[in-house]
Ligand binder design. Structure first.
Ligand code: DAH
Length: 340
């Protein structure tokens, strides 16, 4: 039996040394070590041996099995390596071919401004929400307390889709949606596209952008409005920035004001840019939400007050980045965008 085992071991090793692929290797494994393999079959006859011999033969069989297994495993490693090498060889790609360099895009300065404003206001506890560009006449005008004969409703100023729908002329209808959907208290901002009939020139475009803000809560006052906007303007343009609140009229706020800020070019010293006034005019409109607007949205105007503001963000972007033509913001010309 010992001889038989020896012979099997030597035979296996000899055959294994000639193996040239994985399939042959597997066949040999089955031939020797499989359920009906040579070694296995011999071991099955162990029972016929003298009990004294059994452990000795058992040990020998185990060491032969181990030897065969190790041989198989080392050959397998070698063959795997070769297969991999051949595959890599085949998959080689020609990296010498030239192609045009990928050009990375740049963030449009308008988008960068919107993101900066959103960051600023969220850090002050505002939530960013969105509203649709196609609005109802109800949300864009009626619920905002706009009188029936208000000039902004005119067909020569507003793009109507039909009697009830239009392209929103400002972001203020988002206030209405927010109050109707979420009720009070509320602290939101919303930026987006707005549309008014206008001829295109370097400062006008029929499509432009606004950012709207609204706070509704108990005991909200004009002092809160001024404080909030002052902080925002100093954060955006720098601590040296002064603000000026001029009385104005908006149908949806009472009282209402327009806000001017120090001229960016001269920081209030007076220069050609600001006609030597030191002020940059009409950065934004604001005011205390008209009680009728609160009531139109189902909010108790005895219990709640609010303030709102709206600003044109194309202009803010132009001032901030020193851009002198609004059209540059919308053309997406890479030569322009690459500067930012
Ligand atoms: N919607 C106004 C406009 O387009 C801007 C504005 C003024 C918004 C006062 C407001 C506000 O929320 O309170 O000119």
């Amino acid at each position: 039996m010992k001889e038989k085992l020896d012979k099997i071991g030597q035979g296996a090793i000899k055959e294994l040394e000639k193996v040239s692929d994985l399939k042959e290797l597997e066949d040999l494994r089955v031939k020797y070590l499989g359920k009906r393999g040579k070694l296995t079959l011999v071991l099955r006859d162990m029972g016929k041996l003298d009990p004294k011999e059994r452990p000795i033969v058992g040990q020998m069989a185990n060491s032969i099995r181990k030897e065969i297994e190790e041989k198989i495993s080392s050959i397998k490693d070698k063959l795997d390596e070769e297969v991999k090498k051949i595959r890599l060889e085949k998959e080689k790609i020609d990296i010498t071919m030239t192609r045009e360099k990928t050009r990375l895009g740049h963030k449009n300065p308008l988008i960068a401004t919107i993101e900066e404003l959103e960051d600023l206001f969220t850090s002050m506890g505002f939530t960013v929400i969105e509203g649709p560009e196609i609005e109802t006449v109800e949300n864009n005008f009626d619920a905002l307390n706009t009188p029936a004969n208000h000039p902004s409703r005119d067909h020569s100023d507003t793009f109507y889709i039909n009697e009830d729908l239009l392209l929103r002329t400002h972001t203020s209808p988002v206030q209405i949606r927010a109050m109707k959907e979420m009720g009070a208290p509320l602290r939101i901002i919303s930026a987006g596209r707005t549309f008014r009939f206008d001829d295109v020139d370097d400062t006008h475009s029929p499509m432009f952008h606004q950012l709207e803000g609204l706070v509704v809560d108990e005991n909200v006052s004009m002092a809160n409005l001024i404080h909030t906007l002052d902080i925002f303007i100093k954060e955006l343009f720098g601590a040296g920035m002064k603000t000026r609140y001029r009385p104005h009229h908006f149908p949806f706020t009472e009282p209402s004001a327009e806000v001017d800020v120090s001229c960016i070019s001269c920081m209030g010293q007076g220069c050609e840019q600001c006609n030597y006034t030191g002020w940059d005019m009409e950065l934004l409109g604001c005011g205390m939400v008209h009680p009728q607007v609160l009531e139109n949205c189902g909010i108790d105007s005895e219990k709640y007050t609010g303030f709102a503001f709206g600003m044109g963000i194309d202009r803010i972007t132009m001032v901030k980045y020193g851009i002198n033509d609004i059209r540059l913001l919308f053309e997406n010309d890479n030569r322009f965008l690459q500067q930012f």
